[in-house]
Design a protein. Structure first.
Length: 646
């Protein structure tokens, strides 16, 4: 007797639904993707109870004919691909034909649609996968899907849902990011009567960022200049001959990446889109952290919105049931392209941190607007909770007491002089909790010049506590951390010399004997060659001791031992696993830190002048190799405001 049986359609759909529909946000994602695939110019999402009671997605796309509308609920029914080969070149967001039957299997679903070619519309009702009703209706056009009581027939699943505000937060994040990826289309998200997002079509990604995330977030970002590269020619396996090599085409990166002073404690604010599809990708996360290497501290993360466009056959989207992971045919190429695009933007913009400013009193009109927004939001529980939340409003963070933090031994900034509280800039921001999406403001979009780049015409005036150089130019007042500045200059110089195999060593009068701990000894053996290329001449000398005969030129003899041990400890057991670039970066950072001018050191005018010029020529004058800020700018406008002249 046979014990294997084919599962009934309804059971199969429930199983598929388990993969596709995890929470209300997954339903919204699938329905929104369908709307975008249908060519909609307008997508409206309405919710009740965080999507648990109702999710409604309406669009003005092409709609469906009566027959197609019924077919759409069959499993694996799709208009987007026809054959297995098409899987290699998916240009739509959907292609699996699983979403509608899956959603219908676990909710009470109602679809209304009308195809442009038909005069009557169609209304279909399905509950828990069972067709309840099909009717002809009058329907203006486009498609609307309502999914009520998600998981009503799978109580175990329902129990896993989080609070309404958490689910709403996930949906808001999702809709916001689809809106960011499609600036020419309009998106609206409401929860009961509460409007969470309303974004009319705009002309550019920059305007969309301003519209949905607000001016403050925009100011924290550097826009990437579009970088385009031709993909490698070789035909990847699985692609048939009919794909001509010249069609290998271009890969293009655009987007936004945060200025170096913006720090996040997790990766929640890194968003990556492949052909306008929001995906998760480890490779890209790695490329982004590479881009920020020696610009951001090792333990923090930037904010990034990266859009990658490439020919459909270069990316396999059929990797994950809910299509949030992809595989690239030329993954290393894509990795390097993303890394270089961000790095290039950071280096060419050379963004300087504005001095943390207190919030200036707002014009009453703005106040009302904000109050309105706050009120609208407070009708609902906090929108943004849970792990995937929107970009923080940094003023809000600083209100929670997170202002600028300098690490010792630098003197802590005194309050009451320059207004430090309510910083517009927050370094080491707290984990992002209870954030909310920026309410579209009516104010003018800030000009990009609000973000200043490092100047080359600074006139040094003196030092604060023999540690920070005070300088001016036409733009205002500048404070420069002399140690960090010199460190950056030496770091870049050292790396360049290393690259050209020209690092100079200086022979010590007497060799310095250094005793190593066992793990340091092990690291030393791994590192010996690289140390030699970095200006060291070190020889084994007895059991666990080495003799340093030559050290990098700028290092004082009495600092050589500390430097060597620091390098060995920093690299630790990782010598083998680190890429050569990372390893060289670590060594250069240690050498430059030891060689740089210290704090509490008087500098004459010429030295200050030299340092400011040298910094002006650096690739990344904004942060030291450990990621701390080097320069703060107190702009003319801020000065005038502080003195109540404007
Ligand atoms: P897929 O998107 O993978 O094709 P779905 O189950 O999401 O599968 O949808 C099935 C089909 O229904 C789609 O291929 C499309 O033809 C049609 N469809 C779904 N939603 C819409 C919509 N909003 N507008 C027009 N057609 C739609
Ligand atoms: Mg779909």
């Amino acid at each position: 007797m046979s014990i294997i049986r084919i599962l009934p359609e309804a059971v199969a759909n429930k199983i598929a639904a388990g993969e596709v529909v995890e929470r209300p946000a997954s339903v919204v994602k699938e329905l929104m993707e369908n709307s975008l695939d249908a060519g909609a110019g307008r997508v409206e999402v309405s919710l009740e109870a965080g999507g648990k009671r109702l999710i409604r997605v309406a669009d003005d796309g092409c709609g469906m004919t009566h027959d197609d509308a019924l077919l759409a609920f069959e499993r694996h029914a799709t208009s987007k691909i026809r054959s297995a080969e098409d899987l290699f070149e998916v240009s739509t967001l959907g292609f699996r034909g699983e979403a509608l039957p899956s959603i219908a299997a676990v909710s009470r679903l109602e679809l209304q649609t009308r195809h442009t070619a038909e005069s009557a519309g169609t209304r279909i009702e399905i509950a828990g996968g069972r067709l309840r009703d099909v009717k002809e209706v009058t329907w203006a056009g486009g498609t609307q899907v309502e999914a009520r009581d998600l998981f009503f027939n799978t109580p175990a699943r329902r129990k896993f849902l989080k609070s309404e505000s958490t689910e709403l937060g996930h949906i808001a994040t999702l809709v916001t990011h689809y809106a960011l990826a499609h600036p020419q289309r309009s998106f609206r998200l409401t929860s009961l009567t509460n409007e969470i997002l309303n974004a009319a079509p705009v002309g550019s990604a920059r305007e969309r960022v301003y519209q949905v995330l607000g001016g403050q977030v925009l100011e924290q970002l550097v826009e990437l200049a579009m970088v385009e590269r031709r993909l490698p020619q070789a035909l990847p396996p699985g692609i048939e001959e009919e794909v001509q090599p010249e069609e290998s085409g271009l890969a293009r990166v655009t987007g936004f990446a945060s200025r170096p002073e913006i720090h996040r404690l997790n990766r929640n604010q890194i968003y990556f889109f492949v052909n306008r599809r929001l995906v998760r990708d480890r490779l890209i996360l790695h490329a982004i952290s590479e881009a920020y290497r020696n610009i951001l501290p090792a333990s923090v993360f930037p904010v990034a919105l990266i859009f990658l466009e490439l020919p459909a056959f270069e990316v396999d989207v059929n990797v994950h049931p809910s299509k949030i992971e992809v595989r690239f045919r030329h993954s290393q190429f894509i990795h390097d392209l993303v890394r270089d695009s961000i790095r290039q933007a950071l280096v060419s913009a050379r963004p300087v941190a504005a001095f943390p400013m207190s919030k200036t009193p707002k014009a009453p009109a703005t106040d009302t607007l904000e109050a309105d927004a706050a009120e609208r939001l407070s009708e609902e529980p906090p929108v943004m909770k849970g792990p995937e939340i929107l970009w923080p409003d940094s003023a809000r963070q600083s209100e929670r007491g997170e202002a600028l933090r300098l690490s010792s031994p630098r003197p802590a900034p005194q309050t009451g002089r320059l207004p430090l509280e309510g910083a517009a800039l927050s370094v080491y921001a707290p984990p992002d909790e209870a954030e909310r999406p920026g309410i579209p403001a009516n104010a003018e979009m800030p000009e990009s010049s609000a973000a200043s780049e490092f100047p080359t015409d600074l006139l040094p005036l003196g030092q604060v506590q023999e540690s920070f150089i005070v300088a001016t130019n036409g733009e205002g007042l500048w404070l420069v951390d002399q140690h960090a500045a010199h460190e950056r200059v030496l770091f870049e110089h050292h790396l360049r010399q290393r690259h050209e195999k020209k690092v100079e060593g200086q022979r010590l009068l007497l060799p310095i004997v250094v005793e190593l701990k066992p793990e340091q000894q092990a690291t030393f053996q791994e590192l010996a060659e690289e140390l030699a290329a970095n200006g060291f001449e070190v020889e084994p000398f007895g059991q666990r001791t080495v003799a340093v005969k030559t050290a990098p030129a700028e290092i004082r003899a009495d600092d050589v031992e500390r430097l060597l041990l620091e390098i060995l400890d920093n690299v630790g057991g990782e010598a083998k696993s680190l890429s050569l670039d990372v390893l060289r970066g670590k060594i250069a950072a240690s050498v430059s830190c030891h060689a740089a001018i210290k704090v509490n050191m008087p500098l004459d005018r010429d030295k200050m002048d030299w340092l400011l010029r040298a910094l002006g020529r650096a690739d990344c004058p904004m942060t030291c190799p450990h990621g701390r800020p080097i320069v703060l700018r107190y702009g003319m406008k801020d000065l005038l405001k502080a003195f109540k002249r404007i």
